[in-house]
Design a protein around this ligand. Structure first.
Ligand code: NAI
Length: 401
């Protein structure tokens, strides 16, 4: 064995925390944000991009952001943090890195080739992570000679603000690396959760019904978008309603995640995308950023008023909530993550007012199950099937917490 090989060599540098140099591949929205988090935590950071203009843009915006943080008293010295950065246009700058986080375009073949290239440059103890939202970490790891050093570190946008990081071991990942990555993320001030390498990991899987069931209710004519948004914010306590949120995220991102999760789950009807959203994408009505999505953001456009009927609002809220809870319960049933991590993921990654398992306990698993069974009986669609774990909890009179 190579003198630096084996588990210890893999774990040793990551445990050294601030002493390792962190490399970030891709200086876009996510890469620049992750690089900022690592530098503020005290690491030397190498930020690499093939696009010189993107790198320059990241440099300017990082400098401005750090300066602002200093002015607000949130950072002692912007200059000191900036001095920890190396901006690189060559992969060779990664030679001495102990951890590399990739945040480039979401294309499996490109990610695989970049990982294979990087592996030729770094030392044997260097950990390689991907920030992918939807690709299999196992497939990415398979491109590496030492696949045991690869894992997913999924940050949320904007990375310096959102606390959650999903830590995703691939099938090949060294088990000890998971704990070391969790410790490192905590040292960076993040809230790490561990998720199985399955489509959407935790958040992008469990959150799907927030969008899809809302669209379904709208498509059926049960209520209009404004009323559904009102029900979920005013009665449900969510920060944004589903339609406002989809417009904010952009349909190019939100629809594509839904479609990817659906196809990756072997076309499970529970994740089926909608034509309403697909048509918006085809029209180029991507949401807020193009001035038009489900809503019209043109200056002077009149926004629709919700029908503030509380009985209707509660019906909408309970239907979407039952679907969300069912998704979280089923993820627990399939050991995608622990109950604690499932709840943390939704509160820290997408700002849900409450963890979904906790919500199930508070609402009553029996009420949630009754709602799902009634939908299932009405529709005879697999989409509304209740998780066996929810049924078992109701039968046993048990809670999740
Ligand atoms: P982006 O488009 O803002 O930035 C990607 C950057 O990677 C660009 O600057 C591009 O020049 C660079 N790049 C492309 N190919 C490269 C290569 N071969 N080598 C080096 N640099 C290369 O993308 P964004 O939004 O930052 O996303 C990056 C990754 O993070 C994707 O995998 C995405 O799925 C994931 N992600 C995105 C989130 C989001 O909300 N935008 C949230 C969580 C994860």
């Amino acid at each position: 064995m190579h003198p630096c090989g084996g588990i210890n060599a893999l774990i040793f540098p990551i445990k050294m925390n601030r002493d390792i140099i962190v490399g970030v591949i891709g200086s876009g929205a996510m890469g620049a944000g992750i690089a900022q988090v690592a530098a503020v935590a005290g690491h030397q950071v190498v930020l690499y991009d093939t696009n010189a203009a993107a790198l320059e843009k990241a440099k300017t915006s990082l400098s401005a952001t750090l300066q602002k943080l200093q002015e607000k008293g949130k950072l002692e010295s912007a200059e000191e943090v900036l001095a920890r950065f190396t901006f690189a246009g060559e992969l060779s700058a990664f030679t001495h890195c102990g951890l590399i986080i990739e945040a480039i375009v979401e294309k499996l073949e490109i990610k695989k080739s970049v990982f294979a290239e990087v592996e030729k440059i770094v030392g044997p103890g260097c950990v390689l992570a991907s920030n992918t939202s939807s690709l299999s970490i196992t497939s990415i790891a398979a491109a590496c000679g030492k696949a045991s050093r690869v894992l997913g570190l999924h940050f949320f946008n904007p990375a310096p603000v959102m606390a959650l990081v999903e830590v995703i071991p691939a099938v090949q990942t060294d088990e000890a690396l998971v704990g070391a990555a969790v410790d490192l993320m905590r040292a960076w001030g993040k809230v790490p959760v561990v998720a199985k390498d399955t489509p959407g990991f935790i958040v992008n899987r469990v959150a799907r019904p927030f969008y899809s069931e809302a669209i379904r209710i709208y498509e059926e004519g049960v209520a209009d978008m404004a009323t559904i948004d009102w029900a979920m914010t005013e009665l449900g306590g969510f920060r944004m309603g589903p339609f406002t949120l989809m417009d904010y995220i952009g349909h190019d991102v939100n629809y594509v995640v839904t479609e990817t999760v659906f196809t990756s789950f072997f076309f499970d009807p529970r994740y089926k995308p909608s034509f309403s959203q697909k048509r918006l994408l085809e029209a180029g009505w991507l949401g807020r950023k193009t001035g038009r999505g489900f809503y019209n953001y043109a200056e002077g456009a009149v926004q629709p008023e919700p029908n503030r009927d509380v009985a209707l609002g509660n019906e909408i809220k309970e239907r979407i909530l039952a679907m969300l809870i069912n998704e979280a319960v089923d993820a627990l049933h399939l050991n995608i993550a622990s109950a604690k991590d499932l709840d943390l993921a939704m509160t820290k990654g997408v700002n849900y007012p409450k963890g979904l398992l906790q919500w199930c306990d508070d609402w009553g698993a029996d009420k949630c199950l009754a709602r799902l069974d009634s939908l299932y009986n009405d529709y005879h669609e697999d989409r509304y099937r209740a998780s066996i774990l929810l049924r078992k909890k109701v039968d046993g009179g048990e809670k999740f917490s």
